[in-house]
Design a protein around this ligand. Sequence first.
Ligand SMILES: [Zn+2]
Length: 392
Amino acid sequence: MNAAIWAHPWDLVDEGAERAAERLAALGIDEVNLATTMHSVQTLNPHNPERKTFFADASEYFQPDWDRYGEITPDVNETMGDDDWLAEIAAGFEGTPVDLNSWGATFHSSRQGQRHPDATLTSPFGDSLVFGLCPSHPDVQEFGIELTGDLGDRDVFETVEMELADYQYGTGYGWHHQEFFHRLGRLGEFLFGLCFCEHCQDNARAAGVDVERARQSARAGLTDRFEGRLAHDTDVGGWLMEHPEVFAYADARRETLTELFGAFDDVLGDTDFGYYFKMGGLGDDRMGVEHSWKHGLDLSGMSQYMDEATVLAYHSDPTVVRDDVHTTRSLVDAPVRAGILAGDPIVHSRAQLREQVEAAVDAGADSLSFYGYGVVPERNLEWIGDVLATIE
Ligand SMILES: [Zn+2]
């Protein structure tokens, strides 16, 4: 079974890329999904020889071809400076049995959002949601396409994989110290992130949607949730049946996103394109891949452009892992890779990791990706090696 592992560039550079590649090959790892564009982050790096933590604002971890870009330009990571970690890592991996994929959280950048408030997702109340750029905005689309082409043109990646190049939920995936003393629930998350920027409004209007009515309904739904008139576990589908104008508004985003993904695939030429599915939420509010339509993702339509779909099946219960993989296989017409979180809070033993992997394989996963090289202890890396040694 083909197995990849996600890695942040600082861990590979600090250890020495060639040495890291040899260590990974010995564990049975075939590919590294290397972060090239990453949201703001603090990582704990248990086995990094140079540092035990790394802080960064949302950044690119390579030297871009600046001439390609328009209004929105990459943010080269300050710690990397004038170096090019991608070039350094690609040189270290050359001649080893481990291939490289690019991993990018394309539109999840609070730094870009603060610099381009007109290009962010915009709540039904008109708030700029700075953690996410809106995929309907032409400048954002141009940035995404050029960034993808820039990475493809480096000729070092088998696959350019991305996540969060879609319409994110209202709380995004966290931003600094959020003070949310209210449980939005699935409906609240969906409605608060439903973007009413001018471009999303124009697209919906062109599709024949009553935009003002949709916005009023979205605001009223959120206010009802804030004030407890709607429960946190209100069924989103049921609510949308009663508010078809909101459904039509959300549905108009599908075509925009599918076309954009077609452009990503196009600019990549012979390099493969992959996308990650993790729809967010915690505990009872967790949303699996079947909720991807809330992000504007049309899995069937996207399949013509995707060479691989990765489902981030992060759950301590292996039956949920199995369901995530199974559902993804039923929704997309592309090979499915199962993302397994090989550390806390999901996996605390070799036996647990084995259960997770076996659940994914049983459900028909075509390949695996483990999270993640520098952020789990060496002990967990050994578990990965042990489990891979016994999986066909
Ligand atoms: Zn928008």
